[in-house]
Structure formats: structure tokens, C-alpha cells
Design a binder for this molecule. Structure first.
Ligand SMILES: Nc1ncnc2c1ncn2[C@@H]1O[C@H](COP(=O)(O)OP(=O)(O)OP(=O)(O)O)[C@@H](O)[C@H]1O
Ligand SMILES: [Mg+2]
Length: 360
């Protein structure tokens, strides 16, 4: 039996505006029922990639296949409406002269009763069935966004492209609608390409994350891997605040106030950045000027003085100044931990949780 092609496959996609390339050699594939999150800072080319897949932007190079059939490539371009692709753009627009139900039913086939039944079913999913016969201008921005969501899902597209589709919803509503929408799309075997610039949203929703920067995919993988094995300092910093300790390699080791770090494969003299997320900085008490003993896992403790401490919901964020070099370090601690400014404490860096990158 021939292997099943991915639902959506993109090979070396390039897009440019006025000769300026904004998407470069982007390759992705998404299986039926899978969610891939395209994550990256503003202006990195996420929407442009989506628009090329939808067929509303013409790429300068690359191949796009849906269920193994080329819709963009050397053999030509398939019209957007013939691609079996659903879209929710950042600047979605409803038809102002159509009711909410008719907006949702717009792309559907079948009798009027069938279309209305499907529209009602989808509007129930986004909890707007009471607005079936209302007009878009009678709805809030977030409600309109949910209608756009229902409208995009209604025709059961094979591929769903979503550009920040949940951004206009308040937190509580967003979690519910987001989870339900994706569950529905998964059930129907839709391949979902979801654009977001929020790493937490991406980690929660994605089977796979593709991290995009300056038009390139710089890293792809399961959320756990992208978070715990970032390819570079910027990739690490995209997911959380990071502490960076600077060092220089000498005999595959780097000296820091926290003891030595391994820098395998880096030649002597290489400047490195050791990055560590604030939740992986361990804190211990000062015992009359002395700290805990060094361990293989945590290295040498370094003394630091609290600058300020804030409770930020589930955790506390404590900012320190290192005695050794005056550098600022941040640590997060679960729950409430609010030491007074000026308190001396000892910090340790978990060796299995830090990343050593050659400085760029
Ligand atoms: N129609 C256009 N004409 C010229 N330049 C464009 C056009 N659309 C986008 N660009 C440029 O292409 C680059 C990528 O834009 P794109 O909209 O894909 O970014 P994005 O990753 O979606 O950002 P955001 O998170 O802010 O939505 C930007 O520098 C943008 O200015
Ligand atoms: Mg965009």
C-alpha cells in the first residue's frame, strides 16, 4: 500500500514583496488531525506563509500539496476556493448584510434547512446560538471572531489555516472555545496550521511547533523539545525570560560565578552565553555568609542579594544582584516567596537545565 501523503505539505516556500524576500525556504508537513503552530515575532512572515497556502498570495518559489495533490508549484496554481482550505485571517470580516446564521452557512452546500442546521450546530459550539438571526454589527468584536471561527469550520475543510484566531477573546472564554474548536477539527481529520505569537498558546495547542524568525523556520519539534532544547539564545528567550551568564571557553570548560560549565566542541577563546530559565534557578538560604555545598547537579552556589520580589499569580519572581560581578539574575519560585530587598541568598544553576550557546 502506498504511504498516505500528509494532508498539507509545503516544500521550500519563498514569498517576496517588491523583490524583498519575507519567507525563505519554508518546509512543513501536517498530517490529518494534527495541529502545527507557527510561532514567531511580529513581522517574521507567519501571515504571508498562511496567505500563500490559502492561495491569496502567490509565492515566488516552492511547492504546496494538499493530500498529495499539488495546488501550487511548477504545474500551476489552484484557485483558493478549490483548495479545500478554511481560513481565519487576523483581519477576518463577516458579511455585514447577512445574518449570523447566513454568514456561517455561506460556503455550505445543501438545502436551506440543512445549511441552517449546520450553522446552528457550529454556533452552539462557539456558544452563540442565541444570535442566529442577529447581524454582525449587533455583536461585540470577540463574538464576531467566534462567528468567523464557526464559518470557517462549517464546510469541513481538509486544511484549516488560523491566524491568531483566539486573540480577541477574554481568557476564560478563550480556553474553552480554543480547546473545543481544535477538538472538533481533530475529530474531522483536519490539518490545522495555527499562527500565534504567544508561546504558551502554542505549547498548549500544538502537536508540533515551528519557530519562525526573519522568514525562516529556525526550529521544529514537539513543544517539550522546542522548550527544553532551543537551538539558540533567541529561541530560548522566545519562550520565557532567560538569565544569561557570559563566559569564555578554555579546555572545553567555561568558568562562571556558578562554577565550571561544559562547553563541548567549542574551541578555546570562544565566547559563550549560558542561558537558564528563571524557574531553573535554585535558591538556598545564607548561613552566616556561607551557602550550600556544591553538587554535581547544581554546581557551585553563588551569593546574591535580593533587589525586588513580586507575586505574579501562580509564582513569585525574585530579582537578584550577584555578589561576584553585579549581574542581574531572575528566579521564579512557586507560590508566595517575597524576601525583602537586601536579603542575601544563594543561587544555583541546574546543569541539566541550562543551555550553552556560542555568542553571535
Ligand atoms: N502586502 C504586503 N506588501 C508589502 N510588504 C508586506 C505585505 N504583507 C506583508 N509584508 C511584509 O512582510 C513581512 C512579513 O509580514 P507578515 O504579515 O507575514 O508577518 P507576521 O509574522 O504575520 O506578523 P504579525 O505577527 O505582526 O502578524 C513584514 O515585514 C511585512 O511588512
Ligand atoms: Mg500576521
Amino acid at each position: 500500500m502506498a504511504p498516505v501523503p500528509p494532508r498539507l505539505e509545503i516544500i521550500d516556500l519563498c514569498c517576496a514583496f517588491d523583490g524583498h524576500q519575507v519567507v525563505t525556504d519554508v518546509s512543513l508537513s501536517i498530517a490529518a488531525g494534527q495541529v502545527l503552530c507557527l510561532l514567531g515575532p511580529s513581522g517574521c512572515g507567519k501571515s504571508t506563509t498562511l496567505r500563500a497556502i490559502a492561495g491569496v498570495e502567490t509565492p515566488v518559489a516552492g511547492i504546496i500539496r494538499i493530500d498529495g495533490v499539488e495546488v501550487c508549484g511548477p504545474s500551476g496554481l489552484t484557485l483558493p476556493e478549490q483548495r479545500g482550505v478554511g481560513l481565519i485571517f487576523q483581519d477576518f470580516a463577516l458579511f455585514p448584510h447577512l445574518s449570523v446564521a447566513d454568514n456561517v452557512a455561506f460556503g455550505l452546500k445543501g438545502s436551506r434547512a440543512q445549511k441552517r442546521a449546520r450553522a446552528r450546530e457550529l454556533l452552539e459550539r462557539v456558544r452563540l446560538e442565541r444570535y442566529l438571526d442577529a447581524y454582525p454589527h449587533e455583536l461585540s468584536g470577540g463574538e464576531q471572531q467566534r462567528v468567523a471561527l464557526a464559518r470557517a469550520i462549517a464546510p469541513k475543510p481538509r486544511v484549516m489555516l488560523m491566524d491568531e484566531p483566539f486573540s480577541g477573546l477574554d481568557n476564560r472564554l478563550r480556553d474553552g472555545i480554543r480547546d473545543e474548536t481544535l477538538a472538533l477539527l481533530k475529530e474531522e481529520g483536519t490539518a490545522v496550521l495555527l499562527v500565534t505569537h504567544e508561546p504558551e498558546e502554542a505549547m498548549r495547542m500544538a502537536d508540533e511547533i515551528a519557530l519562525m524568525r526573519d522568514g525562516h523556520i529556525v526550529q521544529r519539534g514537539a513543544p517539550y523539545n522546542v522548550y527544553n532544547a532551543p537551538v539558540d539564545r533567541a529561541a530560548a528567550a522566545f519562550f520565557s525570560d532567560i538569565n544569561v551568564i557570559e563566559g569564555e571557553v578554555n579546555g572545553a570548560l567555561t568558568d562562571t560565578p556558578f562554577g565550571q560549565f561544559l562547553a563541548p566542541g567549542q574551541p578555546d577563546g570562544t565566547k559563550v552565553d549560558i542561558a537558564i530559565r528563571p524557574q531553573h534557578v535554585r535558591i538556598d538560604f545564607d548561613r552566616e555568609g556561607r551557602g550550600p555545598h556544591p553538587t554535581a547537579q547544581d554546581g557551585t552556589p553563588a551569593r546574591a542579594v535580593v533587589q525586588r520580589a513580586r507575586f505574579i499569580g501562580k509564582e513569585s519572581l525574585v530579582e537578584f544582584k550577584l555578589d561576584a560581578n553585579g549581574a542581574t539574575m531572575m528566579a521564579t519560585v512557586p507560590s508566595v516567596f517575597l524576601p525583602k530587598p537586601g536579603t542575601p541568598l544563594w543561587l544555583m544553576i541546574r546543569r541539566d537545565r541550562c543551555f550553552v550557546f556560542p555568542r553571535k
